[in-house]
Design a protein around this ligand. Structure first.
Ligand code: GRF
Length: 233
């Protein structure tokens, strides 16, 4: 059996998605992957506390403070030092340096709190996303996990999970409903990518991951089929 894939989680906030990944991967005796490093874009955030509590290595890299080139070099050095195989952006609010995006092509995932390709792109983060969803009048939103490319929110979609937009929803109410689903879909999507071609197609909740023809990692194709709406979603 091969070694667990070593994950770095990048976070800029409270880190509840980071926590979902830690809870899913780190306690199991023979997991497909483990969270080995947390990269935070600023000090004092919840994600760092969560890393410390779980005994996971962490580093603060604020590109705005350090400067782009230097931050990229330090990021690459940390990723190499911790022998990172996969990067997960979980509420990361800064640009990832191009060198890192290119090096981790097919091995970097992002979670977005809406159904891409709608409601994504530059400036679409946090409550702005949920406000735009409500104002548009769509009846369904959801969570999307996708591979990261050099364009905002445009990489290949790995998994999506729908969530209803209810009459009278506030951005906060919708955000909470989507976040609950994010915590469920993100570990499943990361696990599917970490397992790569060894993974049999499997159904998990309302989302069905099906690895197509499965070329060797890092570049893989995952077909996702929707099932029933989550009961608590
Ligand atoms: C999530 O909604 C995520 O999709 C978005 O930012 C939020 C992060 O929440 N990009 P947390 O830091 O994981 O609690």
């Amino acid at each position: 059996m091969r070694e667990p894939r070593r994950i770095a989680v990048f976070a800029s906030g409270g880190g509840t998605n980071l926590q979902a990944l830690i809870d899913h991967f780190n306690p199991a005796p023979a997991p497909a992957a483990r969270v080995e490093l947390v990269v935070a874009s600023r000090a004092g955030i919840g994600a760092l506390e969560r890393a410390a509590r779980s005994g996971i290595a962490f580093v603060v890299l604020d590109a705005r403070e350090i400067g782009g080139g230097e931050a990229a070099a330090r990021m690459l050095a940390e990723l190499e030092r911790h022998r990172i195989d996969l990067i997960v952006l979980a509420g990361w609010l800064q640009l990832v340096p191009l060198e890192v995006v290119e090096l981790f092509h097919g091995r970097m995932l992002n979670i977005h709190p809406a159904l891409l390709p709608g409601f994504g792109g530059k400036g679409m983060y946090g409550m702005r996303v949920h406000r735009a969803v409500i104002e548009s009048g769509v009846r369904v939103s959801g969570a999307t996990v996708h591979l990261v490319s050099d364009r905002y929110d445009e990489g290949r979609i790995v998994a999506q999970w729908p969530v209803p937009v209810l009459p009278g929803d506030t951005p906060e109410a919708l955000a909470a409903r989507v976040l609950a689903v994010e915590h469920r879909i993100l570990p499943l999507a990361v696990e599917a990518v970490a397992r790569g071609s060894d993974a049999p197609p499997h159904v998990a909740g309302p989302v069905c991951f099906d690895l197509l023809d499965a070329p060797a990692p890092p570049e893989q194709s995952i077909r996702v089929t929707m099932g029933a709406m989550p009961a608590d979603g």
